[in-house]
Ligand binder design. Structure first.
Ligand code: FAD
Length: 446
């Protein structure tokens, strides 16, 4: 059957573009929420177009990256291609990397050329700053946990080390191969440590029978004097106790001073053998925004006003991990968390629509009523308002919340099914890329 073309006839006049263009840079938690909100508000007759720009053509559900890193979920469970998310007719997606933003000319330089805007929403997220720490010869052992590629690489490295250790005769070398370290005892570090411990001690050791669990080390290094120090002491103590009971060595008040090929140096005087170092600290705003000539804080975030816009540019909104929002009432600065990103996106989208429709804008209402921390396969910590839950009830809330909050019915389904399958049959233990199958590891003859 011939394929029908969707183009208009050659004689049909080119349609003029919309007179007002909203450009959204970065389609993560905040960008995607803002898009949905604006799409819902513009009617067919509104002369408004939306351009989305992201370096990836998919959304990543970052709070579940650690589940991919330990093989409990597959990479495709937690990513959703934008083009399958039902983008409306007035929305255009451009896969490109944003390089520069010029507020005066109202233009954005990207790897696919220049784009102009009438209203701009900057939601480019954050990155892990590990500059100065990683040299070429130790890079193979050092990982960040920001993207689906990072999570997959961690899983591959972890299981590759198990494969090497399983056939290693020298006990000292075997112990070194099985030494894993997490730098950063915030939310991401604590969640990863708990998941890693369960994966290693409850699952991997059953499949790698030649490995003595006593040879495995998991360290977590935190520069502050306790884990997740923004939590009340009682609950950060609860997390520390859970991790200790699950064979995680906690080193608080410790700073990584140097990284070697198979070690990490602490406070300039102690070397821990480490063949897998996951760096989850040092989160800074996306460096792309550093070139914008406005005031930034020490983490590179841009100071925004009560409407989440730039004080001198009401047409430019900064949200999520890129924004420094200071709440007058509580004296707090919104932390780089997904729920803040989502709430800010709703206000910013509403304000852009208000400007388009000539209505007064709304001030952002800050709220930090919820905390949720997963602690492996059996435990979690949950706060709503002043109420705290821990143990199985908190874990069930975490499971339900994170499968429901993920984007799209297909992803929710995949997450739920894979969680059940990994509980029943164990995590995914395939090493899909390693030094062996990539040809980097040589035989003696080579
Ligand atoms: C491992 C991990 C676990 C986390 N767990 C939790 C949790 O349990 N609860 C919680 O509330 N928060 C959690 N967070 C934090 C949360 O994910 C972030 O606060 C949230 O994603 C910030 O949303 P955002 O919209 O600002 O940025 P993001 O969601 O990161 O989106 C940024 C987007 O910008 C795109 N982008 C970046 N640079 C460019 C460029 N130059 N050009 C084009 N596109 C670009 C990216 O591809 C991405 O799509 C976690 C984060 C991580 C990394």
């Amino acid at each position: 059957m011939p394929i029908k073309r969707r183009d208009k006839g050659v004689n049909e006049p080119e349609q003029a573009g919309p007179t007002k263009t909203v450009v959204i840079l970065g389609v993560g938690f905040s960008g995607l929420t803002a898009l949905k909100k604006i799409e819902a508000k513009i009617s067919k007759n509104d002369d408004v177009g939306i351009t989305l720009i992201d370096q990836n053509n998919y959304f990543t559900f970052a709070p579940l990256l650690h589940q991919v890193a330990v093989g409990a979920l597959h990479p495709w469970d937690i990513v959703a291609p934008f083009r399958t998310l039902g983008l409306k007719e007035k929305t255009t997606f451009l896969q490109a990397r944003v390089a520069r933003i010029d507020l005066e000319k109202r233009e954005i330089s990207t790897t696919s050329g220049i784009r102009h805007y009438d209203f701009l929403l900057i939601s480019l997220g954050s990155k892990t700053d590990i500059s100065g720490m990683v040299e070429a010869d130790n890079a193979q052992n050092v990982f960040t946990l920001k993207s689906i590629e990072d999570a997959t690489a961690i899983k591959n490295r972890l299981l590759f080390l198990f494969e090497k250790a399983a056939s290693e005769d020298n006990p000292q070398v075997r112990r070194e191969l099985l030494s894993f370290t997490i730098a950063g005892g915030g939310y991401a570090g604590a969640e990863l440590a708990a998941a890693l411990s369960d994966m290693v001690f409850e699952c991997a050791v059953k499949s790698y029978r030649s490995i003595d669990p006593g040879d495995i080390r998991i360290n977590i290094i935190e520069v502050k004097d306790r884990l997740i120090d923004e939590l009340p002491e009682k609950y950060s103590g609860y997390i520390a106790k859970h991790l200790k009971n699950h064979h995680v060595r906690i080193m608080c008040g410790a700073r990584v001073t140097s990284i070697g090929k198979s070690w990490v140096e602490i406070n300039g005087n102690e070397r821990l053998p480490t063949n897998l170092l996951v760096w989850v600290t040092g989160v800074v705003a996306n460096p792309v925004i550093s070139g914008i000539g406005v005031e930034h804080d020490e983490l590179g975030r841009i100071f925004v006003d009560d409407y989440l816009s730039l004080p001198d540019h009401p047409e430019v909104y900064i949200i999520g991990d890129c924004a420094h929002y200071h709440d007058e009432k509580t004296g707090q600065v919104a932390r780089p968390r997904a729920h803040h990103a989502v709430r800010q996106a709703k206000t910013a989208a509403e304000n852009i629509m208000a400007l388009i429709e000539g209505r007064p804008r709304k001030k952002y209402k800050y709220s930090d009523s919820m905390v949720i921390v997963s602690l492996g396969r059996t435990n979690a910590l949950f706060r709503f308002g002043k109420y705290w839950l821990r143990g199985l009830p908190a874990l069930l809330i975490w499971l339900a919340a994170y499968s429901l909050l993920s984007i799209g019915v297909k992803n929710r389904f995949l997450i739920d099914v894979d969680w059940i399958l990994s509980r029943v049959f164990g995590p995914d233990m395939a090493v899909t890329v390693s030094e062996v199958n990539s040809g980097k590891e040589k035989t003696k003859e080579e």
